[in-house]
Ligand binder design. Structure first.
Ligand SMILES: C[S@@+](CC[C@H](N)C(=O)[O-])C[C@H]1O[C@@H](n2cnc3c(N)ncnc32)[C@H](O)[C@@H]1O
Length: 256
């Protein structure tokens, strides 16, 4: 089963969008802010449940186009975004985006580190934005590659071969331990502090999400920026997020 099918299983089980996702989204897009989306045409590549498209739609984007390669994820995202007339969801692959010079901002959050040709995917996002438009990607960081990350990544290499329904069940006791730890103890790490109010199912979906994919790359700052090498862009911002990941914002050159 390809990883996107496995993600499709995850999103069909854990499809609800909760207020905490807005805080998460704001952390992932830094230094952009909600005001930056007003009036823009926005593309969300690898949208999953649509939980990152919903906020730009609320913040007054002129149009949000969300897409995912997995049909189950597309169905969930369509349901979640149905109330927003300025949002639409399509089924496309990052390798085959049918847009050229169309969007003011294209973002892809938590996707690029899971695909087998990340440079091609980033190149296609750049192609989709207008000259002077921006591309934002959020990827797992190698820095802050703590014992827990090393352990989870080692477990993933085995877990990605376990049938997805079984993996969902097997992960639950570990999710319970993690959830209990977050709830019971004071949390100083910014990511754990963000997760403090999270319901059990959300904590479980995060751990499950870490264990299910075949591909998960952890990139240094330099490697994250290098995904844009050779593309007609200027790097505008590189932000260290929650002490564990990178957000890179690049602007497409006006003359490309
Ligand atoms: C970890 S999930 C992140 C989903 C969403 N961006 C979020 O933050 O909730 C990765 C998503 O990328 C999608 N995906 C994987 N490969 C893709 C591709 N080649 N083109 C488009 N989407 C893809 C998967 O189907 C999955 O929904």
């Amino acid at each position: 089963m390809a990883s996107f099918n496995r993600f499709g299983y995850e999103w069909s089980k854990y499809s609800r969008i909760i207020p905490l996702y807005e805080e998460q989204f704001k952390a992932w897009i830094k230094p952009l802010t909600p005001a930056d989306f007003k009036g823009l045409r926005v593309l969300d590549g690898g949208c999953g449940t649509g939980r990152n498209s919903l906020w730009p739609a609320k913040y007054g984007a002129a149009e949000v186009v969300a897409f995912d390669v997995d049909p189950r994820s597309v169905a969930v995202a369509r349901r979640n975004l149905a109330a927003y007339a300025n949002a639409k969801v399509c089924e496309h692959s990052l390798y085959d985006i049918p847009f050229s010079d169309e969007f003011d901002l294209a973002f892809s959050i938590g996707v690029i580190h899971h695909v087998d040709d990340p440079r091609k995917a980033v190149g296609n996002l750049v192609k989709a934005v207008k000259p002077d438009g921006r591309v934002l990607i959020w990827v797992y960081g190698r820095e802050g590659y703590t014992f827990i990350k090393i352990l989870v990544n080692a477990a993933r290499k085995i877990c990605c071969h376990v049938p997805i329904g079984l993996l969902n069940v097997l992960t639950m006791p570990f999710s319970f331990l993690w959830w209990s730890y977050i709830k019971v103890f004071p949390q100083r790490h910014p990511y754990h502090a963000l997760l403090k109010p999270a319901p059990f199912w959300h904590i479980h979906s995060i751990l499950f999400d870490q264990l299910l994919p075949e591909i998960a790359n952890y990139w240094t700052k330099e490697q994250s920026v290098a995904l844009f090498d050779g593309l007609p862009v200027e790097i505008e911002h590189v932000t260290w997020v929650n002490r564990g990941s990178w957000t890179v914002v690049a602007r497409k050159r006006a003359q490309s």
